[in-house]
Design a protein around this ligand. Sequence first.
Ligand SMILES: [Zn+2]
Length: 85
Amino acid sequence: MRLKTIEKLCCPFDKGDLQMEVFTKDTGMNVLEGILSCTVCRRKYPIVHGVPIMTPDEYRQEALEKPFFEPQKLMQEFQDDTALS
Ligand SMILES: [Zn+2]
């Protein structure tokens, strides 16, 4: 999703402003992985493959999102992949 589009998003619960932490983006201005955090309620929304996951709490899948809240682990796996190839 384009950076400009993400900047226009707000928290679906309280319409709070979202702060974005970008992990990876492509050569354009599209964010591929990152985290949006609400400045009001502190909820965090991962951006997975360019799509912000902003579903209500009860529909969220922790297993799917977990790696995105462990960026160091993610980075470690990435480095392992690079070493093998
Ligand atoms: Zn919020």
